[in-house]
Structure formats: C-alpha cells, structure tokens
Design a protein around this ligand. Sequence first.
Ligand SMILES: [Zn+2]
Length: 298
Amino acid sequence: MNRLLAAAALLLFGGAAHAKQPEIAITIDDLPVHAPYPPGVTPLEVNRRMIAALKAAHVPATAFVNGVNATDSATMQALRDWRAAGFVLGNHSWSHPHLSQLTIRQFEEQLTMGEPLLSKLGSGTDWRWFRYPFLDEGKDDEQRIAARKVLAKHGYRIAAVTMSFSDWAFTPAYARCMGKGDKAAVAKLERLYLKAARENIAASRDTARKLYGRDIPYLLLMHVSAMSARMMPQVIGLYRNAGCRLVSLPEAESDAAYAGYTDLGLPPPQSPQQLAQKKYVQLMRAPDHSAILNSICS
Ligand SMILES: [Zn+2]
C-alpha cells in the first residue's frame, strides 16, 4: 500500500472508530430580554430573528425565561412566538438573582413566581427545567443541597452547561459598534465570535475526554442577544461543519454524565475543575477575549 492509500485508509478507519458524532444541545437564556440592544433594535425583533434561524435549521433548542421581563404585549408575543415555533421554554428564575445571595425561601419564590406564565405558555410540554442564573448553584454545599430539594419538590430537573463561549460578553460590544455604525468593528466581532465558538468546542471536548474518557453530549449556553440572533445561522453551520449533531436538552441529559442534574436525590455533581484535580489532569482552557470585547468601540 502506498503512503497516500495508507493515509486514506487511516482516515476512513479512524473515522469509523469515532463514528458517533459529538452531540450538542443548544440552550438560550434570558428570554425575552437580554440587553443592551443596538439603537432601534427591539427585543421582539431579536427573539424573532433567533427563532427563525433555529427553525430554518431544524434545531431543537430549549430556552429559559425570566418572567419579570415579560412586561408588555411585545415581550409576551416574543415568548408566544418561541412556543408557536415548537421550542420548549424552561424556568430561569423570576428576576435573575444570584442564588448565593438569597435565602432558600426567596429561592423558592423565584422558582415559582413565573410558573403560571410557563405552565400557560408551555401547556402540554415538559417545561420543568431550571437553569441557574449566573450558573450560581449556591454559596456552599448546604445551600446547594437545599436548593436542589426545592427544585425536586417542584418537579424540576437542572439544565447543566458543559459548553459556553461567553456569547453574553459580546452583547454590549455589539450594541456599541452598531451604535457607531462601525462596520469594520462589527466584522471583527463576528470573526471573534466564531473563533470563540470553535475554541470552546475544543476545550469542552478536551474536558470530556479527560474526565469521562469520551465525548459527552454537550450542553451549550447562549443568550437571546442581538449579536447571537445575528450569528445563529453561522453558529449552527459551524457546529454542523465540525461534525456535531444538534440534539434536544432532554436527549443530551439522558447521558449518564448528567445523572446528578436529572436525579436531584443524588449528591450535587462536582465541577470539572474538582474532577480534574482528583484525576491529576490539567484541563485545556479556551482563550479569554474579554479585554478586546471591553475596549472595542468604546
Ligand atoms: Zn441568565
């Protein structure tokens, strides 16, 4: 066999050995309002742009609502549009506080205040999924376990996050650059946004392989921002071109790696950093782009 053929065979069989495509579930936080917005852009337009992109690409996303921001007919319409397009709306607390700064009683209020809205919008859907605001699961083990008991009492499962490229950090930068009409800067933001998404595929896969010895289905965190709505078609293309299959949140969390998020009677899961320390492995960290995002167009 000549070298070229050998290389081709390796590619083929190497491919077959990794035949299972990595899976990603896209989740969108902060419905219906994730500010700031470029001048003249409304939350309803942003929600609609994102819904259209996900729907056109047949992506089964789950999105998380802060009831406090559904204050008028336009933001209510945005939520109804998500449901009309077939997406599931979960609970992201009433007003997005840090759990660490709440009493357990306040946490329970935060959880239940939006339920009339969610149950009405999500009638017939499996909407009892909770995403912690700021991914803050509590200030210590005691509070963390107490919050999990509250979630279990109300029938929730937790929506974990195992992939994120900090799309929220682009929100103010994009609003500023659009406000200035700086097309070159917006183009630069677009390139950086896609670069960050790519870098975080690598980092999340590195983490999973080191901690679980395999790909796990990844739970990607995004936000309903003007920038992410603009970029959604390219983001979906990027994951698909990277060989990933886009799946639903319940499908992803059916993997054993997420047992601690779906069975709240289990002990709280350890963080990737804690698990890495135990295994004496060093996790890859994706580059931090905050310096440029803070300074661009300012
Ligand atoms: Zn949030």
